[in-house]
Design a binder for this molecule. Structure first.
Ligand SMILES: Cc1cc2nc3c(=O)[nH]c(=O)nc-3n(C[C@H](O)[C@H](O)[C@H](O)COP(=O)(O)OP(=O)(O)OC[C@H]3O[C@@H](n4cnc5c(N)ncnc54)[C@H](O)[C@@H]3O)c2cc1C
Length: 523
């Protein structure tokens, strides 16, 4: 389905901008409901790429040719470090480059948004529908460090006590490797929704879907308060493709590029637009505010007695979710996963003299999923992927630092316990005697070196109730003050859910297609 069509039609019912985690879902579902749809993706096709398909290969893609190459700005809480923020620039978006954990979150995450139409009861059917398209599997042959995490939680009496450790659900499936064996293969939204679903029935029974890769969108053309066309590059030249009649443009560019596209289209804080030299189409001060992410500690490092062996599944395989003593809501707010390799920031590696290529090393990541800190972004250059200052505010809220300290202490207790000892594990970072008696100051110093992104940037074009003046989108994901323009991606979350963000993104995309469903009954 993807590729360059010989000729683009002058107009489509809907134009979907960004073929990522959300965009592939939105485009396919709208076409199924009877619309003619154009999906525009800046990056290349992902079909046939072994780096994308091999579930264990994703770390090698970080910062590579399929990455937008963004970074969070330095802040004191992260020891003045610049933290790379990977985002997929390829069909499937970050669902083609991510770590494949599938975690639905907690009902309270969605109910807590307080936006009509977006409760758990509204979204659970969308998740179920997505799980009928994406393959979601747990590891068939888990790595010993994955089973060790689950056993360590059990041995410490923490299983079920406000938490759960289990083999991870992954958007990857054990498939024939073509050489008589099995291998774990990725199921991105591009694979699931564009390639594996049966082809659309011919027009006019259903609509049609045209996918154009290598076509970055520069802006939406807003005239007299209505989105009428998109301006995009085709073969390096600017082209203009219109939306037909009462069709719509749906922005699915992700948490950084969607607010940039809004600003490029004249939607944003008038002061930002004036600085960027863009005439105001709609004054919406919330664009680019409310940037959120989960802080993740990459640093707890163990050296096993034996080499850890070849990578299985996604290179991890098990997770533990549990509650701190003061969680943000009802959901577990702390998260731990294993890595079948060293998982330490360059700053931790330098401070602890780690040789990250040592085949005996494994890691334990510690994330704060109920983070309260908020940040913002400042677009400096309107070109896709251009300069942007990203200030996520990681660990800025003292309550976040307290909760993550507790998470780190809990994980160190497991790392030093009998289950990992049976693997001959020796803790290399943070250096012993870090443990229950270590001071908060020492732990915070380690955290400032180990803190990085959990890759869950979101919230920068948030939906909200009709009376919420900070909201960029209304409860049906319409951009305030512009007809025929919606946002359906991670930017739309009012608050980051306590889970990895692909599942809620896909649920949101499925729901948006329902909101536009009247297309299915048009003559
Ligand atoms: C390295 C990494 C690991 C992660 N691990 C996990 C995980 O294990 N589990 C999980 O649930 N989540 C994970 N995530 C997060 C998850 O993948 C994202 O939250 C999700 O994919 C976001 O979906 P999105 O549609 O908002 O954006 P994306 O999936 O990033 O898609 C945006 C798309 O829009 C395209 N685009 C942007 N601007 C333009 C433009 N101007 N014109 C045309 N196209 C454009 C991009 O190229 C991209 O294809 C990870 C993310 C990364 C990067």
């Amino acid at each position: 389905m993807p590729g360059a069509p010989a000729v683009l039609a002058p107009a489509y019912d809907h134009v979907v901008v960004g073929g990522g985690g959300a965009g592939c879902v939105v485009a396919r579902r709208l076409a199924e409901r009877g619309a003619t749809v154009l999906l525009l993706e800046a990056g290349p096709d992902d079909a046939g790429r072994e780096d994308v398909a091999d579930a264990g290969a994703w770390p090698a893609m970080l910062g590579g040719e399929l990455d937008w190459g963004l970074a969070y700005a330095p802040s004191p809480q992260v020891a003045g470090r610049r933290i790379p923020l990977p985002r997929g620039r390829v069909l499937g978006g970050s669902s083609s480059t991510n770590a494949m954990l599938w975690y639905r979150g907690h009902p309270g995450d969605y109910d807590g948004w307080g936006v009509p139409g977006w409760t758990w009861a509204d979204l659970a059917p969308c998740l179920a529908r997505a799980e009928g398209v994406l393959r979601v599997e747990r590891p068939h042959d888990p790595h010993p460090v994955a089973t060790a995490l689950v056993e360590a939680v059990e041995a410490a009496g923490r299983q079920g006590a406000g938490g759960l450790a289990e083999l991870a659900e992954l958007t990857a499936a054990s498939e024939d490797d073509g050489a008589g064996g099995r291998a774990s293969r990725r199921w991105s939204t591009s694979r699931a929704y564009l390639r594996e679903l049966p082809p659309l029935a011919p027009v006019p029974v259903s609509g049609s879907l045209t996918v154009l890769t290598g076509s970055p969108v520069l802006r939406v053309d807003v005239q007299r308060g209505r989105a009428v066309a998109v301006v995009h590059l085709v073969g390096g030249r600017a082209a203009r493709t219109a939306v037909a009649g009462d069709g719509e443009v749906v922005l699915c560019g992700g948490a950084v590029e969607t607010p940039r596209l809004l600003l490029a289209s004249g939607v944003g804080d008038p002061a930002d637009l004036e600085r960027l030299g863009v005439p105001v189409a709609s004054a919406v001060p919330g664009v680019g505010r409310n940037l959120q992410d989960h802080p993740l500690l990459e640093g707890v490092t163990l050296r096993l007695r034996e080499p850890r062996g070849p990578v299985r599944d996604n290179g991890g395989g098990a997770v533990w979710n549990w509650r701190s003593s003061s969680p943000r809501g009802d959901a577990p707010d702390l998260h731990c996963f294993v890595t079948q390799a060293a998982c330490a920031t360059p700053a931790v590696a330098a401070a602890h003299h780690l040789d990250r290529s040592d085949p005996h090393l494994v890691g334990l990541g510690v994330g704060l999923m109920g983070s309260r800190s908020r940040g913002h972004l400042v677009v400096r250059d309107l070109a896709p992927g251009g300069a942007v200052d990203l200030h996520p505010g990681l660990l800025a809220d003292p309550a976040d630092r307290a909760a993550l300290r507790q998470g780190l202490r809990d994980v160190l207790e497991l790392a030093d316990g009998p289950v990992f000892a049976a693997l001959g594990a020796q803790r290399l970072a943070p250096l012993p005697p870090a443990g229950p008696t270590t001071s908060d100051t020492d732990l915070e110093e380690f955290m400032s070196l180990a803190c990085t992104t959990f890759f869950h940037a979101c919230g920068t074009a948030a939906m909200g109730r009709e009376d919420d003046e900070r909201a960029v989108l209304d409860p049906e994901l319409r951009v305030r003050g512009v007809d025929g323009l919606r946002v359906a991606d991670a930017s739309a979350f009012p608050t980051v859910p306590t889970c990895n963000t692909l599942a809620p993104v896909v649920a949101l995309a499925e729901r948006l297609a329902d909101l536009l469903a009247p297309w299915a009954v048009r003559p």
